[in-house]
Design a protein around this ligand. Structure first.
Ligand code: HEC
Ligand code: HEC
Length: 465
């Protein structure tokens, strides 16, 4: 009797453990329709609209050590969920013990920002362009094609040999082909999906709907710190909001450097660092820093940060200092903050920390400790796949006015949506047809085709110019 009970229990437990390292394509996590507060207006995902399938593929890539040339480093080795996707080390350890030249940035709310160039010095023109640069870095992941390293095409060949990528790419893109562009789209989707809007700041703002009003859920010190953050130095504030703009706390795209011009781990000067990640989740829920701060990781407390802005170093060699950090006489600013004011600013920065980002499974490691992963669901009998969906192509795409939808004969319902999900056009067709998009505004649209007999659907993105 006892034995009969334990065996199913054991089997259930195994199933449970097994499911932890399983991607279930029929039950995807929600990446594309996450809750976004109504006061969040910046969104840079328009050219790569959020999609659960792509983000799911991106999650696997982000955690996959196969993406480094010696199978030891994944994106997540330097961008760790428990530290808001940053690294507590000042410089991250890459291949063979090599160190990165800058501190690994938090990846929080990258989607909700006007600045679309990435890295501290903004050398990546977009998040998509950014994502394959670490892969092609000799120290970070090693597919650089230089110094005797393999290159990205070698990586693509390796990935094409893995069954789980054959499944995931087919699921995400309709066929198993792997290209650098497809890697970029999927990795950028996953990074953009990482969002944090459950902080005490969000709670307060949603109560009063005006960032300048005192927040009822804040202590007097936190409200004082908020005022200091928001007000310009001319108005008795610390002027932080001029560059770190609430409520997203994204960096103003025109920002120059902030006077931190040292280089991590070596002597020298670097005037090029003009981007900061969102100031959300600088500290964790215990008030501890998620990693040292600034491009060189030279600040290990928030007090050091405030002290820096309180008295910006006067260094004539810094020809790229942002003019907003100059005082009335044109010299680097001296805010003369009191200790109480400094502490208030620190308290306020602590209110920008959320909870979910540190624990949500959708951003967690999908691999077993031994590096295996299991994909289930998704109707992935690969042979059966072409019959599953009506195959279609659209040309020309991008389109100015007329575009042809090519599809095998049959009865279909065609709907075109804009990216807000609003229906712009609906039509029933009997095979290939021409559509006039002349009156559409420029931008991306989704054309959805439903086979009226089988109910199967397929979709394609159309760019209206
Ligand atoms: C060896 C450590 C390491 C690995 C591996 C790594 N990164 Fe990074 N990441 C960094 C460092 C360091 C920076 C800042 C570099 C700079 O600005 O020069 C950074 C910056 C970024 C940024 C820019 C964030 C911003 O706000 O501008 C993104 C996005 C990013 N990494 C994503 C990834 C992805 C995706 C992967 C995997 C394909 C990855 N990283 C692999 C260390 C790493
Ligand atoms: C003129 C624009 C500007 C102003 C004003 C400004 N910052 Fe910054 N901030 C930056 C830039 C640029 C960086 C990235 C600099 C670097 O790493 O070299 C940065 C970085 C930071 C960081 C580190 C972020 C990280 O992820 O490591 C913190 C924290 C910060 N600022 C807080 C503040 C506070 C608090 C104030 C007001 C007292 C303030 N900033 C005012 C431009 C500004």
């Amino acid at each position: 009797m006892k034995q009969k009970l334990t065996i199913p229990l054991f089997a259930l437990l195994c199933l449970f453990l097994f499911l932890n390292a399983t991607i279930d394509l029929d039950n995807l996590f929600n990446y594309q329709d996450q809750f976004i507060p109504n006061y969040i207006t910046k969104d840079n995902s328009a050219t790569n609209p959020m999609d659960d399938k792509l983000a799911t593929l991106g999650r696997v890539l982000f955690y996959d050590k196969t993406l480094s040339s010696n199978n030891t480093i994944a994106c997540a080795s330097c961008h760790m969920q428990e530290f808001a996707f940053s690294d507590p080390a000042t410089q991250s350890v890459g291949l063979n013990g090599g160190l990165t030249g800058r501190h690994a940035m938090r990846l929080v709310n990258t989607r909700f920002a006007d600045e679309v160039r990435f890295f501290w010095d903004e050398r990546a023109a977009s998040l998509e362009a950014q994502t394959t640069q670490p892969i092609q870095d000799h120290i970070e992941m090693g597919f650089s094609g230089t110094n005797g390293d393999p290159d990205i095409n070698d990586l693509i060949e390796i990935l094409e040999g893995l069954t789980y990528y054959e499944q995931l790419f087919t699921f995400a893109y309709g066929d198993p082909t792997i290209t650098e562009a497809r890697l970029q789209l999927a990795l950028a989707q996953f990074v953009r999906s990482i969002q944090s809007f459950d902080s005490r700041f969000d709670d307060g703002l949603s109560q009063v709907n005006n960032v300048n009003q005192p927040f009822p859920n804040f202590t007097p010190e936190e409200n004082q710190g908020k005022n200091l953050f928001l007000q310009t130095p001319a108005n008795g504030g610390a002027g932080c909001a001029g560059c770190h703009r609430p409520p997203e706390f994204d960096i103003d795209p025109i920002t120059l450097n902030n006077g931190v011009i040292t280089v991590a781990g070596t002597a020298g000067t670097d005037l090029t660092n003009t981007r900061a990640p969102s100031l959300r989740d600088v500290v964790n829920n215990n008030g501890d820093l998620n990693g040292p701060l600034m491009h060189d990781g030279s600040f290990t407390s928030l007090l050091q940060v405030i002290d820096h802005y309180n008295a910006i170093p006067n260094d004539p060699t810094n020809t790229n200092l942002d003019p907003r950090l100059l005082g009335p006489g044109g010299q680097p600013q001296n805010l003369n903050l009191t200790i109480a004011e400094k502490n208030a600013l620190i308290d306020f920065l602590g209110t920008l920390t959320g909870t979910n980002i540190y624990t949500d499974e959708k951003w967690s490691d999908p691999f077993e400790p031994n590096g295996t992963i299991t994909i289930i669901g998704g109707n992935l009998g690969i042979d059966a796949l072409p019959a599953l969906k009506p195959t279609l192509t659209v040309s020309p795409n991008p389109v100015q006015q007329l575009t042809n939808l090519n599809i095998t004969d049959g009865a279909y319902s065609v709907t075109i949506f804009n990216l807000l999900g609003q229906q712009i056009l609906q039509s029933n067709i009997e095979g290939s047809s021409t559509f006039d998009l002349g009156s559409f505004k420029a931008g991306l649209y989704i054309l959805l085709v439903e086979d009226m007999d089988s109910g199967l659907t397929n979709s394609v993105k159309i760019l209206k110019q």
